[in-house]
Design a protein around this ligand. Sequence first.
Ligand code: GLA
Length: 403
Amino acid sequence: MNRAVLFLFLSLWVMGNAQILPTPPMGWMTWNYFAENIHEKDIREMADAMVSSGMVEAGYRYIFIDDGWQGGRDNRNNIIPDQAKFPSGIKALADYLHSRGMKLGIYSDAAQLTCAGYTASYGFEEQDARTFASWGVDYLKYDYCGAPPDSNTAKIRYKAMADALKKSGREIALGVCEWGYRQPWHWAAQAGGQLWRTTGDVRDKWKNVDATRHPHQAGYGILDIVNDNAHLSAFAGPGRWNDMDMLVVGLYGKKGPSGDLGGTGCTDTEYQSQMSLWCMMASPLAATNDIRSMNETTKAILLNKEVIAINQDKLGKQAGRVVKSGPWHVFIKPLENGDTAVAILNESDQAEDYTLEFSSVGLRGLYQVRDLWSHQDLGNSGKWRGRINAHETKVFRLKKPDQ
Ligand code: GLA
């Protein structure tokens, strides 16, 4: 094969794979709020609230049904929903969402049973993929509880489901959920996934305070996930995202899975930091608060269109962490139109002053600086100087002034 032909094949391969989820998926996921107690009525109400609150218009198009929807298999081994939770069936729900410009995600696991002990898809990949396609499902979160620990088996099991989805006749994105244990950033895209969790489950807390135990045991807070994900920017791009797990914004210590392992809630400043850093790091955005009753602060955080635009930027770069010094983290994300997003996090427990000389992080000359949380233009400058509250993240958009 000569080089031109090889290049053509490679480009077609890359294009073919990049078409699914060219930007990180956004939506609302059932797990942190309802856990297994899900019901189609609540999900429809949530979908209505997603439309009326402006979430859908802002880009949150998916409802991701998580674990607990399954009702076993019928006498032909077709997976079926729990009749009490989904009396109208999953297809009716998918139709309801599609008619509102939304999409449906569903959940299964690469073993016999899911993490919460429900029927899963191992050995039934093609049959289940066909069922999901026939219901109009658009996304599958594929978990890994109950499966063997080695990486090789994980690659094989995820590829089996990815191949089954490709053959299903419908475009269904695949989210890999093995919690980063087997470094999926090295293999999950090749196996056919569009995103992969990089850590254990997020809890509704700022950080792990138990120095004697790893967050895998003691529970991941927002800051723990930021630290685990910060070195993975090289692996992200259109159609291949590092998934930092669900947003806990607006949960305020609600009990349930996010409330386990010290998840007693965060401050609004901490929730704003989660939104800022998940957007900077091009993570999928899955809100989990009750959209039907969210307060104005939660709305302002989840619906900040200027920050969402950083997440959804078509260049698809994950911000790199260019400063990690004392309490300070500085992240930089190049954007499609040549602008640069810059985020500064103060992880200390007090407000502190900071000066960022842009040239010190490779951004030379003057920039028009816009603060994406105060929505103010700060004028042309070669630096930013100011006070940042405890656990706060500032996000700026830097544009080269017209020459
Ligand atoms: C695992 C996943 C969670 C959630 C639960 C459901 O813990 O990591 O995100 O899907 O299973 O049982």
